[in-house]
Design a protein around this ligand. Structure first.
Ligand code: PGA
Length: 247
């Protein structure tokens, strides 16, 4: 595991772009899973800036959105499809863009198709991830099976409380469609991002707590090729003995 601790959110985002660009240039990467949320927003903005300057090329990359609310219209401003399209997918030259459709009433076939699509494409070469304040990855909430696949999940109250603040219309959806921990863990490489004090407990537990279904992100500690990019605020609770190993 590589761990980078940057001074602040701005530098974290720049570091993530630098690492990502390097991976794109040096490795055979085709299928990449992309997250939503506040954490990757500046990362996406910087990638788009680089693209506009002709300094990065996505023409061989297929982008896969990790999750989506359910039920949710694709073009709703609250949808993750809208977010990823407006922050990234529609602004660069990706070869292909895929996402879960939260407006397909047959969620079983929606999830099966996405699972089969990922398999047919040869699996994910890379997954970029944030950490939920309750330790979720994608919408794999605490309690998720470590071999869980693309599926419908019921969101935990911790997630609903946080989502309420970000959500514009009506009652927030209680359900979501998400890649499973299996699809995410099978990605050949992982880039995990965390910023701010609100993530510091989860970062500490991720690095030094038990690997458990109660903290879905913890399973990524077993991943053979993971880099973790965080800022100082997210790193404040990392124990000294672990910090000595990082430095
Ligand atoms: P955030 O969300 O980046 O908005 O904190 C992360 C997540 O829930 O995975």
């Amino acid at each position: 595991m590589k761990i980078f601790i940057e001074k602040n959110y701005e530098l974290l985002s720049s570091k993530a772009v630098l690492r990502f660009k390097k991976i794109l240039e040096s490795k055979k990467v085709k299928n990449i899973a992309f997250p939503t949320g506040n954490t990757p927003k500046l990362f996406y903005r910087k990638l788009v800036e680089l693209y506009k300057k002709g300094k990065i090329d996505f023409s061989k990359i297929s982008g896969f959105l990790i999750d989506e609310y359910y039920p949710m219209k694709k073009d709703s401003k609250d949808s993750f499809n809208y977010y990823i399209s407006n922050n990234f997918f529609a602004l660069v030259n990706l070869k292909e863009k895929y996402s879960l459709n939260g407006s397909n009433l047959d969620f079983i076939s929606e999830c099966r198709s996405y699972k089969e699509l990922i398999e047919k494409k040869g699996g994910l070469d890379m997954a970029i991830l944030g950490i939920g304040e309750n330790g979720h990855i994608g919408f794999n909430e605490p309690g998720s099976e470590l071999n869980s696949r693309v599926r419908l999940v019921e969101l935990k109250n911790t997630t609903l409380d946080l989502n309420r603040a970000k959500y514009e219309a009506g009652p927030i959806p209680r359900y979501a469609l998400t890649m499973g921990i299996y699809e995410i863990f099978r990605a050949k490489r992982i880039m995990l991002l965390a910023s701010g004090k609100s993530k510091s407990e989860r970062v500490r537990d991720f690095l030094n707590g038990p690997i458990s279904r109660d903290l879905p992100v913890s399973v990524l500690r077993l991943h053979p090729d993971i880099e973790v990019i965080i800022d100082k605020e997210a790193a404040v609770l990392i124990e000294d003995k672990i910090m000595n190993l990082i430095n």
